[in-house]
Design a protein around this ligand. Structure first.
Ligand SMILES: N[C@@H](CCC(=O)N[C@@H](CS)C(=O)NCC(=O)O)C(=O)O
Length: 272
């Protein structure tokens, strides 16, 4: 039996959801973990995922954590159509994209989400409620990042780091697709495209994507192609449900400040 613990608006949980859709796998058991209701801290869930994060996959009793590892596992479990290239060199190159997305891209999207949207939500909470929210967290690094984004907004060093990493990723996507698309690994759609896509969908939902792809026609064409895949819609990638409206509205409010910060970054360090 295959069971997936996920939250519909989690950019990490959308990764395995999209893999399942690509593979046409439908016989899995969904377990919804509502992050805004604190269900990730439920003692039963903490046994599956001590970091209190989604997604978690349970396959015949075996627990698999970390979205990248879950996607890899699912691709091995359901080999058709393959989402990994066939040669060791290509495999290493595909994994380099995912490593960059995981090491900096995730933190970047999370920071921008907090600066643009969750900041307002947390600032509107009474102080003791906000402190209780952070006190329940299990990863100190994440708590400190969130606090910096909430209290300092675009002046947080994490906002600048977010801009730096995504500037580099978008420049690299544009250059790679120009050299031979339509996908990051050439003719084959792979986990590299898919695993970046769910992160970029959040930037899109926050209305922060357009400034990054406007002057990058190849990255733009790639994004069109990824977001037009049936699996993207089937997995409901991008803000959905109760989050859609607030993400778009709050994100649009932040876009002016984002553009100013990005212009400052580009003037100082260059684009990509
Ligand atoms: N490296 C982990 C990160 C998982 C992660 O941080 N998930 C977020 C949602 S995208 C989460 O569960 N956050 C819990 C919270 O906000 O309390 C993975 O890729 O699975």
């Amino acid at each position: 039996m295959l069971e997936l613990y996920y939250f519909e608006n989690s950019i990490c949980a959308e990764r395995p959801l999209m893999v399942l859709a690509e593979k046409g796998v439908t016989d899995w058991v969904p377990h919804h973990i509502h992050l805004f209701r604190g269900e990730q801290f439920d003692p039963a869930y903490l046994k599956l995922n001590p970091k209190a994060q989604v997604p978690t996959l349970v396959h015949d009793g075996a627990i698999i954590r970390e979205s990248t590892l879950i996607c890899d596992y699912l691709d091995d479990l359901y080999p058709h159509p393959p989402l990994k290239p066939g040669t060791p060199v290509e495999l290493a190159h595909m994994r380099e994209w995912i490593k960059e997305a995981d090491e900096g891209g995730f933190e970047g999207v999370a920071s921008l989400s907090f600066v643009a949207v969750f900041r307002a939500k947390l600032m509107a909470m009474p102080e003791d409620e906000r402190n209780a929210y952070w006190a329940g967290q299990t990863v100190l690094e994440r708590t400190q990042r969130q606090q910096s984004c909430v209290f300092d907004g675009f002046d947080s060093p994490y906002a600048l780091r977010a801009i730096a990493i995504w500037e580099r990723i978008f420049a690299k996507i544009d250059k790679t697709i120009a050299a031979g698309g339509p996908w990051l690994m050439g003719r084959q759609f792979t986990l590299a495209d898919l695993e970046l896509a769910t992160f970029i969908a959040r930037l899109d939902g926050l209305t922060l994507l357009e400034p990054w792809i406007a002057g990058r026609p190849h990255a733009q064409a790639w994004w069109q192609a990824v977001s037009n895949r049936p699996s993207y819609a089937e997995a409901r990638v991008g803000p959905s449900g109760e989050e859609t409206e607030s993400m778009g509205r709050e994100g649009a409010r932040a876009v002016g400040e984002f553009k100013r910060k990005r212009a400052e970054y580009v003037a100082r360090y260059g684009a990509g």
